[in-house]
Ligand binder design. Structure first.
Ligand SMILES: [Zn+2]
Ligand SMILES: [Zn+2]
Length: 145
């Protein structure tokens, strides 16, 4: 028996056929799980999951590579979370005022700074609402002084 026929006998052996089938099965499982993974990943990133699942279904590994290049960089949940954080920060900024004398936090309706005693606002003589010091008319009750 020369080496050529021993190679041939290896390729026709049941062990070789078995391992070929296992390898094909392995590739098939990889392909199917790539389709499912891309579907879920694409949905989480806010793109059309069925579209990308179809791309990988038809183009296999090449479809997967294209998806990895073109997919949105962030999860949709992360984007939404960041937007909510920005809104919360903007709200906090608009509510938070600081005294222009000592820069400590004060409320917008304070007449005087409790830290440095600086006069911040005057109260309207008619309706007692806090007014800016340089206003000559009350925007709430229209009384002038
Ligand atoms: Zn102050
Ligand atoms: Zn007033």
């Amino acid at each position: 028996m020369d080496s050529f026929s021993s190679i041939l006998s290896f390729f026709s052996s049941p062990v070789f056929k078995m391992s070929t089938r296992l390898f094909i099965l392995f590739l098939f499982i990889l392909w199917v799980s790539a389709i499912f993974w891309a579907y879920r990943d694409a949905e989480k990133r806010g793109t059309i999951g069925t579209y990308w699942a179809a791309v990988i279904f038809f183009f296999n590994i090449f479809g997967l590579i294209i998806y990895l290049i073109l997919r949105p960089p962030e999860y949709l949940a992360d984007v939404q979370e960041r937007e909510l954080e920005i809104i919360a920060k903007e709200e906090a900024l608009s509510l938070e005022r600081t005294c222009y004398g000592c820069h400590k936090p004060i409320k917008p309706d304070f007449l005087i700074c409790p830290y440095c005693m600086k006069r911040l606002k005057k109260s309207c003589p008619a309706c007692n609402r806090p007014l800016n010091l340089d206003w000559n008319i009350c925007p709430y009750c229209k009384s002038s002084f």
